[in-house]
Design a protein around this ligand. Structure first.
Ligand code: AQP
Length: 333
């Protein structure tokens, strides 16, 4: 690899990715691929923290690889791989568990949210999710992690773990910085704009899936919850629905909130929703076409994942060997 700075990020194959995942993370990844050494991971081990159908999970993992490419990630420029194909992720997690405190993991909002959503399955993996994420990032001596706002807290704990480990053993891990986009960092649910858009949401009207056909996209936006006013104005607190739609429109068009407000001055919510819908349909059209083309060639996708795992393993195993040595594990002859 070159002396460019390194990026690592991942997405869970826990559903078909949403417009939130795209605008918060993947769209930015495509803009960073020339400037940085990029490693993008399909974090399948993370999805096991919530019950999955095994057959569907396998299918979704391959499908996510196709979505990465369809969104514009070039496999010649980026390492694209499945987390479970590189065993160092699970191995480093165990070591880092021993340097992470129960108290700090208990404060993670994602753990609290998901424990509430799945009260019958508050498993240890769900609690340990941020440590696996720390291992993902630290294995690659990552400089920068482009994620949506919801992952900021997990990035902070990753930095804390790295600093704590380095304080004991010297400079083992690079301490990563977080990269959060200015717009699109947190896309909210269409029916409940006070909670984030999530791909595993039970109500499909809450999210736009990257593979939704045009009529479904238009319908979901038409039904999006707004407010009783009629003016299109950015005000997250009092107008969360309209502000969310403005955020989506701004991310897709590059227009500022002021420009959007004057573009839709005197227009009604129906007209604005139709414009957001049409813009989304147009943005997703080339992605969907490429996705369906790629899914006809699964061998090609498997080959990319194989290559990706080999390249990722080489980097990850170097870090893991260093960690094993530092903590005092006797190497195998
Ligand atoms: N609503 C969102 N707005 C902006 N960015 C978002 N991300 C997720 N939701 C939004 C960003 O997408 C990347 C991949 O997320 P993930 O799959 O690792 O897990 P997540 O954050 O838990 O995403 P979901 O869609 O909510 O998944 P489920 O439903 O399985 O929990 C991350 O960079 C994330 O910040």
């Amino acid at each position: 690899m070159s002396d460019k700075k390194r990026i690592f990020s991942g997405v869970q194959p826990s559903g078909i990715i949403t417009l939130g995942n795209y605008l918060g993370a993947i769209k930015n990844w495509t803009q960073l691929q020339d400037e940085y050494d990029c490693i993008y991971c399909i974090v399948d081990l993370h999805t096991l923290t919530v019950r999955q159908d095994p057959k569907e999970l396998r299918q979704r993992s391959l499908s996510l690889a196709a979505i990465f490419l369809a969104c514009g990630l070039d496999p010649a420029k980026n390492i694209i791989f499945l987390q479970s194909h590189v065993s160092a992720h699970a191995e480093l997690t165990w070591i880092l568990n021993c340097y992470t405190y129960f108290g700090e993991l208990s404060r993670m909002t994602q753990f609290k949210d998901k424990s509430q959503k799945h009260p019958d399955n508050v498993n240890v993996g769900l609690f340990d999710y941020p440590v696996l994420m720390a291992a993902d990032i630290l294995l690659y001596q990552t400089d920068l992690v482009p994620v949506g706002l919801d992952q900021k807290q997990h990035l902070e704990i990753t930095r804390d773990i790295a600093i704590r480990f380095n304080n004991i053993y010297g400079n083992v891990f690079k301490v990563p910085e977080v990269y959060i986009p200015k717009v699109g960092a947190k896309i909210m649910s269409l029916q409940d704009p006070t909670s984030k858009m999530s791909k595993s949401d039970e109500n499909e009207n809450n999210y736009i899936s990257l593979l939704d056909p045009p009529d479904v996209i238009m319908r979901k936006f038409r039904r999006a919850v707004t407010d009783s006013e009629t003016v299109i104005r950015y005000d997250e607190e009092n107008k969360p629905g309209i502000s969310n739609l403005m955020n989506i429109y701004s991310s897709l068009t590059g227009k500022s909130f002021e420009e959007i407000e004057s573009e839709f001055a005197g227009k009604n919510y129906g007209e604005f929703k139709a414009a957001v819908g049409e813009t989304t349909v147009e943005a997703l059209k080339p992605i969907q076409e490429k996705y369906y083309f790629l899914m006809q060639n699964k061998d090609y996708l498997q080959e990319i994942l194989k290559q990706g795992a080999e390249n990722a393993s080489r980097i990850a195993n170097r870090t893991l060997a260093k960690v094993y040595h530092k903590v005092g594990l006797l190497p195998r002859l």
